[in-house]
Design a protein around this ligand. Structure first.
Ligand code: FE
Length: 347
């Protein structure tokens, strides 16, 4: 017994990115999700680019269904590349991403498989799922204007206003390599056209932004005075406010009189070569229905199903208009957004 425990420990250390949740089993051990021949009645393997508080969600799913969840985390593009390389031999049944463009790019690469499901059609609004039912949003995440509540009495109201010269040397942004930035700019291209989007990005760059590759660190930089205004996803502020209700950053919903705040999603899809397709569909439907609140609340995101009540801390952000009509186009516009950011010398 001792010997086998040591074996599992060693194995666990080698395959640290793979986590197995075994529910009631006392000693299920870990196992590398990349090993072949894992087909099993009660198993589903997930590749997830969204990993905030996912363990309790999967544990609940296992407790309710008896289906064991194995998951591997990575960035959205890394996991897509892995699916592509593994081809028909992939152990992954479900792909989860933290960005709309990345799930849509996986669909374009033929890595996903459509799911016709009444549960999904009823829970997930049409504009938040692929036209061919190859992917589905599970939660909504908004990229919004964040300002110091101590130093900024008049917050900018639009993405374009972040380029106003009054914010020179006072703006914090996420780098261009990050999907959140790319999808935001893809949304701008969709709403105002490439020329106008380029002007907006140029005006941000002219403000000499401080680029920080973490939304949490961006919000902390606002508090520390490294910048006064910034862009970040709404749930990061939700998380910090949960820890400290007096966290001195204010949220502004941008573009409320035009297209609405940039809406991105956490999404999921059954893979094209899923060894356990049926279980993947069960998990996907569960996440969209019974598990919808737990999944969204775990990260202070808005549920994709608007009938589901959002986490309490989000009520303080007030009501808002979101750009629902761009979500399906973010993948198709990704390459153009990346090019625009590069041409504008956005770091
Ligand atoms: Fe995030």
């Amino acid at each position: 017994m001792r010997k086998s425990t040591q074996h599992f420990k060693l194995f666990g250390a080698v395959t640290a990115v793979v986590v197995t949740l075994t529910g009631l089993a006392a000693c299920g051990g870990s196992s590398d999700a990349s090993s072949e021949g894992d087909q099993s009645e009660g198993l589903v393997t997930v590749y997830t680019g969204r990993h905030y508080g996912i363990e309790p969600v999967f544990e609940k799913f296992t407790a309710e269904t008896g289906i064991e969840v194995r998951f591997t985390t990575g960035s959205d593009p890394e996991l897509r590349a892995r699916l592509e390389a593994e081809g028909a031999n992939t152990p992954a049944d479900l792909l989860m991403t933290s960005d709309a463009a990345n799930i849509s790019l996986a669909a374009t690469a033929n890595l996903l498989s459509p799911v016709e499901s009444d549960v999904l059609a009823e829970s997930i609004p049409e504009e938040l799922r692929a036209q061919d039912s190859s992917w589905f949003a599970l939660s909504r995440r908004l990229r919004v204007i964040m300002t110091s509540s101590q130093r900024v009495p008049n917050a900018p109201q639009t993405y374009a206003e972040l380029g106003d010269p009054q914010w020179k040397d006072k703006l914090c942004l996420r780098p261009s390599t990050h999907p959140y930035t790319q999808s935001l700019v893809a949304g701008l291209i969709n709403n105002v056209g490439a020329d106008e989007a380029r002007k907006i990005v140029d005006s941000w760059v002219a403000n000499n932004p401080l680029y920080i590759n973490s939304d949490t660190d961006i919000l902390k930089a606002v508090v520390a005075g490294d910048c006064d205004v910034a862009l970040a996803n709404s749930y990061y502020l939700g998380r910090l406010l949960t820890e400290d209700a007096a966290f001195p950053v204010a949220l502004t919903w941008p573009d409320q009189s035009t297209s609405g705040a940039h809406l991105n999603i956490s999404a999921a899809a059954v893979t094209a070569n899923a060894p356990n397709r049926e279980n993947a569909v069960v998990l996907l439907e569960w996440l969209a229905s019974q598990g919808q609140k737990l999944f969204s609340d775990a990260n202070n995101e808005f549920p994709a199903d608007s009938r589901v009540e959002p986490a309490e801390v989000l009520a303080g952000f007030g009501s808002f208009k979101a750009d629902t009509k761009s979500v399906r186009d973010l993948g198709g516009l990704n390459a153009q957004a990346v090019e625009l950011l590069s041409a504008a010398r956005y770091e």
